[in-house]
Design a protein around this ligand. Structure first.
Ligand code: SD4
Length: 340
């Protein structure tokens, strides 16, 4: 599964707070990375990890790294489940969810944010500039504008076309799992229900060379969701959790199921009890099945975890969940084990 260096086994809390933010990054110099690691969900994680490594590799702060990393898919119009180009809701509105956590149990989150390309950066500002943890909808939008973010149209012609296609056959009413019947879903070619493109929330977890751990998670949510629907991704504890004493976890897939078991927090607690990251992820997946075995067969959920010592692991309900790892010793895309 994974490797890690001894020195990171020192108390993460012991080093927390020594350095924060980009200003300190320059002061730290350009020494090569020794113990840093970043892991993230799906194939797009490779590119995102490379951006994160620009910071981690220069002894930068894990929080800066995860923010920079997930900004890559957020700005990519080809990815249709994150940020720009994300598939819209049933009304044709692209609504974004994101959250971020640092190495001191601080978190920031935005939910149902429209017209802002980088929800993760807004989430970070919620964490750093407000006394709150979550801002939603119009309030999040106004907060973003007040902090210099530009209002942009995030619905690309390709996403609009996909939405119009979907409208032809779909009724405007809440239908359980309708989000999983992606316009592109083809049982013959897609490895999992929902189609490969309907499941590409990016969750990223990192440890820097000072042993500080951070995480970020950002998505446009399930395609063609009801207006106002929020999944697990911006829910701290469900889509993402970082506990510097133990490790971190993130989730992708059908968010309702992840929220029901508070997936990321559950995995961190299982690691606290001694499970390895993969075993903790597997146990969380099994809990989904136990709760509703019939439903679990038809949906995808994938979990990814990183221990404070840098061990990583993942597990999914269905085949096809990939995750990317970057450290000084490896740069690789893995396919997670799955139950089905
Ligand atoms: C959600 N978990 O909104 C997200 C969707 C997702 O990969 O992960 N897609 O429920």
């Amino acid at each position: 599964m994974s490797t890690r260096r001894k020195f990171l086994q020192q108390s993460i809390l012991g080093t927390a707070g020594m350095v924060t933010g980009a200003a300190s990054l320059a002061a730290m110099g350009d020494a090569p990375a020794a113990g840093a690691i970043v892991v993230s969900t799906w194939n797009m994680g490779l590119e995102a990890n490379a951006a994160a490594w620009e910071i981690l590799g220069k002894n930068g702060y894990a929080l800066d790294a995860v923010e920079a990393g997930v900004r890559v898919p957020e700005a990519d119009p080809k990815g249709n489940s994150v940020g720009y180009g994300g598939l819209p809701d049933r009304d044709g509105r692209v609504t974004l969810d994101a959250c971020i956590m640092d190495d001191r149990y601080n978190g920031g989150s935005v939910m149902c944010l429209e017209h802002i390309m980088h929800p993760i950066s807004v989430a970070r500002l919620v964490m750093e500039k407000t006394p709150h943890i979550i801002l939603v909808g119009e309030g999040a939008h106004r907060f973003a504008l007040a902090n210099g973010f530009k209002k942009e149209n995030l619905l690309t012609p390709a996403s609009e076309k996909a939405w119009k296609e979907w409208l032809k056959t779909s009724k405007y009413e809440p239908v359980m799992n309708i989000e999983n019947k992606s316009y592109s879903y083809n049982k013959q070619t897609d490895p999992m229900p929902g189609g490969i493109d309907n499941h590409d929330t990016i969750g990223m977890l990192a440890i820097d060379n000072s042993g500080r751990m951070s995480g970020a998670c950002t998505t446009s949510g399930l395609a063609f969701k009801m207006q106002g629907r929020v999944g697990d991704s911006p829910v701290i504890g469900a889509g993402l959790y970082v506990d510097p004493e133990v490790g971190a976890a993130t989730a992708t897939g059908v968010g309702e199921e992840v929220i029901r078991i508070v997936g990321a927090h559950l995995i961190v607690e299982l690691m606290r009890q001694g499970r390895k990251p993969e075993a903790a992820c597997k146990e969380a997946v099994e809990r989904l099945i136990k709760r509703n075995p019939t439903k679990a067969k038809d949906i995808q959920v994938g979990f990814l975890a990183l221990s404070k010592t840098g061990e990583y692991g993942a597990y999914a309900l269905q085949k096809g969940f990939t995750y990317a790892v970057k450290s000084q010793t490896e740069e690789k895309l893995y396919t997670a084990k799955s139950i089905y």
